[in-house]
Design a binder for this molecule. Structure first.
Ligand code: TYD
Ligand code: MG
Length: 441
């Protein structure tokens, strides 16, 4: 069949070979290999063996929940060029374990791997490396060296004799991952699988792996910017709330304990169309600069272009501004950019975006010591968002003395004392505050 009868897309069906036909005898499975798996009571399960191995990379350990769990499988997914191989190699370099790391590359030659390692600090000369794409070939070294961690770069290049389709196909990827994951569990090795995804997540590979692995890490970032964000979308051993922040430098990835400083480094205070938004990723607050440009439209429909911000949300904010305040933006071209290559995925920056838009349209810069947080609803009302206390504290830490927040939010007295909190209940109020404000350094 060329066309999927379910979703209607063309050429998306993938051949899968059927395993040996079932015999049809009831409960045959129970006696297949004569081995019995014991049933035990939950309380008797021993967890003392699950000590974690620290990777030595603080931002990664934070996301993993303290380190790699022996016998677990971690998928590190991201677009090509984002830095997956670099991170994997740095794990190999920093790992806090006496047992060795085995780094299997199916993408690069050993020479290329060596050249990359030479750029990074501290990759040990003893690191075990292997250029191989056949899963079966990993059996011997795995048993011989008993590595603490095996890195597979990447899962899409592997193939196994158990499946006949081409490397990278769904069947191959799944069979290889299943075989490796069994080996990891039986040898108590932590397995780090590198997987490529494209911008729209189109490559099926990593998607089919998500239920097979224990932890799914997504590595995000724009190749044009140095900033990288590591998120767990699934974690059987920890929270999915933490994010890791890195910058890509000449000497590999460096953790960024205080991302706000990084994002605000190039800010030009006093420019119209710029507003600072304290956002929260997981449990980490960070300040980002929202830039907006409202320009008179040429012929035809007005353009809306966003980088790092959701198009749908922008449309909503423009409509709310137009109907609920006296700023006219609907007929103009509108550009919104989140500086530094950050992608905002939460509504807490709505108010800052609206203020940046109004500031650009009115050609009136916001005061340099102002930040704003709050969600904007369809009625133009400013709504509460999670962790306003964290956001305001971060703003204060970076020297912002005035913060616009949703009306009705109560914050601890200590915060109230340190910052001038401006409570606004709708966009109209925020815009009239902007009109009345005067720029001060
Ligand atoms: P890479 O880890 O190969 O990405 P992936 O495995 O996800 O495809 O690295 C991506 C980019 O990082 C590459 O274009 C070169 C750059 N890079 C640095 O800027 N500094 C470094 O120290 C290294 C090793 C790479
Ligand atoms: Mg790579």
């Amino acid at each position: 069949m060329g066309r999927c009868p379910s979703c209607g897309a063309w050429e998306t069906l993938v051949e899968e070979l059927r395993a040996a036909a079932a015999t049809g005898r009831a409960l045959d499975l129970v006696v297949v290999d004569g081995k019995r798996t014991d049933v035990v009571q939950l309380g008797e399960v021993d967890t003392s063996g699950t000590a974690r191995i620290e990777t030595g990379i603080a931002e990664l350990d934070r996301v993993l929940g303290g380190g790699l769990v022996p016998g677990s499988v971690v998928l590190l997914a991201g677009e090509p060029g984002v830095g997956k191989s670099t991170l994997a190699l740095q794990v190999a370099a920093e790992l806090k374990s006496n047992a060795p790391v085995l780094y299997v590359t199916g993408e690069e030659s050993l020479e290329q791997l060596r050249l990359r390692a030479d750029r990074l600090p501290k990759v040990p000369a003893e690191l075990l490396v292997m250029a191989e794409t056949r899963v079966e070939a990993m059996q011997a070294p795995w048993l011989e060296y008993s590595p603490a961690v095996v890195v597979i770069d990447s899962i899409q290049t592997l193939r196994t004799d158990r499946a006949e389709s081409a490397p990278g196909s769904v069947t191959q990827v799944r069979e290889c991952a299943a075989a490796l994951s069994n080996a990891a569990k039986s040898q108590r090795t932590a397995l780090l699988l590198v997987g490529h995804v494209t911008k729209d997540g189109a490559v099926a590979g990593p998607r089919v792996l998500e239920h097979l692995v224990d932890v799914v890490l997504g590595f995000e970032g724009d190749r044009g910017h140095a900033f990288r964000l590591l998120r767990a979308s699934k974690n059987r051993f920890g929270s999915t709330q933490e994010v890791g922040v890195f910058t890509m430098t000449e000497r590999g990835l460096e953790g960024v304990p205080n991302p706000s400083e990084l994002f605000l480094a190039e800010r030009r205070a006093g420019a119209a169309g710029s507003c600072i938004a304290p956002i929260v990723e997981g449990t980490r607050p960070m300040l980002v600069e929202i830039q907006a440009l409202v320009a008179s439209a040429g012929y035809g429909t007005a353009r809306r272009t966003t980088i790092g911000f959701d198009d749908g949300r922008l449309a909503l904010l423009l409509a709310a501004l137009d109907r609920k305040s006296d700023v006219d933006v609907l007929s103009s071209d509108v550009y919104v950019n989140v500086a530094g290559g950050v992608r905002i995925s939460e509504p807490g920056s709505d108010l800052a975006v609206a203020l940046a838009l109004a500031s650009s349209q009115l050609n009136k810069p916001l005061p340099a010591d102002v930040a704003a947080c709050g969600e904007i609803g369809l009625g133009g009302e400013i709504r509460r968002v999670a962790r306003i206390d964290l956001r305001v504290r971060e703003a204060i830490r970076l020297g912002f003395r005035r913060v616009l927040i949703p009306a009705g939010v109560e914050l601890p007295a200590a915060i109230e004392k340190e910052a001038d909190l401006i409570r606004v209940d709708d966009v109209a109020a925020a815009v009239s505050w902007l009109r009345a404000s005067s720029f001060r350094e």
